[in-house]
Design a protein around this ligand. Structure first.
Ligand SMILES: [Mg+2]
Length: 172
């Protein structure tokens, strides 16, 4: 089973937040000065419903779905369940389970419970939590995770998933 995060992994969440909060620090993983619960409010849910997918993310999810069952593991609040399912359907992401894990530690616990073999998550804290329980984690690349050897833009991650290239330039 493969775990896929949603925000800033499949969905371009930070760019949408930066349009809303132009002074937000773009070098930070969490793109806006709002608490996680804000995403469960009416404004937060509207923003989530309007997100665009990141280029290459759907193709990668389809490649991964040929290999293993998918589970979407998100730190969104559970109040976003309707918008989250609708968004995955709207952009034709492959079928999978949907798990609301409120923290990196919760993501790692789900990984153990579901026997996750591979995780894809942009958040360095989530990547560290997955790795601490022995799960490989790839990161769609952003400024805040660019120093991770397993971070790369989606097209490059797709090639790595396809087995054509290693993820890291350093290991080429
Ligand atoms: Mg994320």
């Amino acid at each position: 089973m493969i775990a896929l995060d949603i925000d800033n992994t499949l969905a371009a969440t930070n760019p949408a937040l930066w349009r809303m909060f132009p002074d937000a620090d773009r070098a930070r993983c969490h793109g806006a000065p709002v608490p996680p619960a804000w995403f469960g409010t009416e404004s937060g849910r509207r923003l989530l419903a309007e997100l665009r997918p990141l280029r290459g993310a759907r193709r990668a999810a389809c490649l991964l779905a040929r290999r293993a069952r998918l589970v979407y593991v998100t730190s969104r609040p559970p109040a976003t369940v309707a918008e989250t399912w609708a968004w995955l359907r709207r952009f034709r992401f492959p079928c999978g389970l949907l798990v609301f894990a409120g923290s990196s530690a919760a993501k790692a616990r789900w990984a153990e419970l579901l026997r996750i073999e591979l995780a894809i998550d942009d958040d360095p804290a989530a990547a560290a939590a997955y790795r601490a329980v022995g799960v490989r984690c790839l990161l769609p690349r952003w400024r805040y995770n660019a120093d991770d050897p397993e971070a790369a833009p989606w097209p490059r991650l797709c090639q790595a998933i396809d087995g054509r290239t290693p993820v890291s330039r350093r290991s080429l």
